[in-house]
Design a protein around this ligand. Sequence first.
Ligand code: AMP
Length: 281
Amino acid sequence: MKIFTTKKELQQYLLQIKGLHKSIGLVPTLGALHKGHISLIEQAQKNNDVVVCSIFVNPTQFNDPKDLEKYPRTIEADIALLEQVNCDILFNPPVSEIYDDNEQWHLEIGPMEQLLEGKSRPGHYQGVTQIVSKLFNIVNPDTAFFGQKDYQQFSVISKMVELLKMPVQLVMCPIKREADGLAMSSRNIHLTTADRQHSLVLSKTLNWVKENFNRSEIQQLKHKAELMISAEEGVELDYFEIADGETLLPANEDTKTIVALVAAKVGKTRLIDNVLLIHGQ
Ligand code: AMP
């Protein structure tokens, strides 16, 4: 695997690849890689000739400095994992390579920015669009791969690509879960043994809502789900929403694509998860 830490060297190398008319797939990550990330790499390998994984703990998407400081960094293990799955290129720049001092960014992405994750993490999606647009401009990928795990992030990035008319195709990959249902996340390593048990209420509740879903009972289902999660010891619910899969506004009986999304603090760790209830019907 080729490892680059500067834009210039990466771009020089990618120019040769593009000269050979090879397609490029990009998988942006914050590192601390797990099987969820690897599933994105594997999907990228199926769709493209050359795969670039980026590992960059992007400071501008963290609204809480403590969260940024605490974010797991496991670059050596990440490199070993990427080599194991034959990823072609790793882009692992330092912050100074990506940002100038006092750099400004604002993209008007509409109401979605203020909802759900956007509401709980002010400025988060400005940081996300800022870094993803930079990565798209540096790598110029044919296709970029993101996880359904961050459903709202995918919607926000789709909106950005549309607004800025970026020539990249986006692919959303399914959520990888542990055997007991917990959605894989780099943050899971912060869970204590007790937290780990309590965290299961999130995927269990989402599954329960999926099994019992009925368009005419959205409010009741949401209410029951909130009660189920709030009843779990050590779990502090942030939001549970049954939303329109396109706008992320609350769903109603006529909504075509419906997704249930949850965020909660389990012990000291904030987790998110979601499940598609109805897809485009
Ligand atoms: P992160 O490093 O957490 O920013 O994640 C990088 C990419 O991996 C994002 O597109 C995530 O949605 C995706 N991802 C994270 N966890 C999972 C998972 N459990 N299954 C599938 N994709 C995931």
